[in-house]
Every structure is written in structure tokens, then in C-alpha cells.
Design a protein around this ligand. Sequence first.
Ligand SMILES: [Zn+2]
Length: 224
Amino acid sequence: MSFFLKAIHGIRHEILEIIYPTCCPGCGTLTDDHHIWCDECMKRMWNPRLLNSTHSEYLKGCYTLCFYNEPIRRCIIQLKYNGRTDRKRAFPSLLNKFPYWERLEEYDIVIPIPLSKKKMRLRGYNQVDMIFEKWMKRQGKTYIPDGLKRIRTARTQSLLSREERLKNTKAIFWINHKYDISGKKILLVDDIYTTGATMNAAAEELIRAGAAEVFGLTIASGAW
Ligand SMILES: [Zn+2]
């Protein structure tokens, strides 16, 4: 970038900062672009870990970045349900900080948990793409937003028992045959990991379609 363009970019950035100052997505405290999350919120939610018992017949395991508590919950809800697509800015710094990337190095194809067609029409975007797509591409990974298709939305999971949840998510994902994933190692991404039923159903479909391995990664989880 030329000096001139850099200067313009800098000025534009400063003007935007005045009109829309950067605030912590968790609590609203003024922060800056380099540390968008305040220390207090980071301390409360940051807990990158491999989730227990996520290894299954189809899923090798699943990592998560944060506890699913108030700071990150508020941010994800705004992104998902309040049309606050600017909240996508909250995630690159978290992904940058994730300490176990080298363990996921071989998983160079990234597929998100998709929304159903109906939900996609209503929301206009998949929040999972907002969180991961740009960042993953910047790391040189192949991001396939429509690698999986969802034929329906499961009934609201929180109202169901664990057993019902597992049944509820069965066979709702289909591979998109436009892509050949046979023999590939796939990183399956989602915003929240709850019981793992969704992620397992999606992993099952990917393995059936010939994927060599599937690993999960989510932003937050209340599970251990
Ligand atoms: Zn905060």
C-alpha cells in the first residue's frame, strides 16, 4: 500500500473510531481495535480447551475457545438474532489467541454448520460464516460455506432431553455433492457447542461422504 493510501486509510479509521468507537462486545466498555474485548470480559470467558467426551465414531474431538457465559453470549446473540453483523469484529482476536492451532494444522478444509434454507432466508446470513470465513481463508484454509446442507431446523434443543436431542438432529444434514471431500481432513465449525448432537450429526454425514477425519471447533461451550 502506498504511503498516501495508508494515510487515507488511517484517517478514515480515526473518523470511524470517533463516530463508532470500539466497545467491548461483552460489556460495552470503550476499548480499541487491537484489544476489542476488555480484560475483565476476557478473564471471565476465555478458556480454550478440548471438550471432554467429544471423541465419537464420527468426530475426533472438539475444541472450544470460551466458556458460554455473559460476555460471549451477549455478543453471539446480537450477531445471530439482532442483525448486528458488525459483531463479527469480535472474533478474529479470539481466533488469533487460540493456542492449539498446530494440532489442527492438517485440517485444511473448513465447513460450517449450516442454517436451514428457511432460516438463512430470514436471517440473510449464517453467523458461523461471519465468525470464521474470512479468518480461515487468511490462514490459507479452504472454507466451504455450502459444504453441508441442512434440510430442516431441529426443534428448539433446549426444550428437549438429551435423548430427544440426539434423535432430533438425526439425518438433518446432507453433503453438497458439488464438492469431493473423500480422504480429506475436515474442520467443522460452529458458534456454540451444547450437547454435541448437532456437530455429531454433521460429522456423521461428512464421514459417510468419505472424509478421512472430522474435528470440531466452536467459539463457546458450557460443556467441559
Ligand atoms: Zn468487557
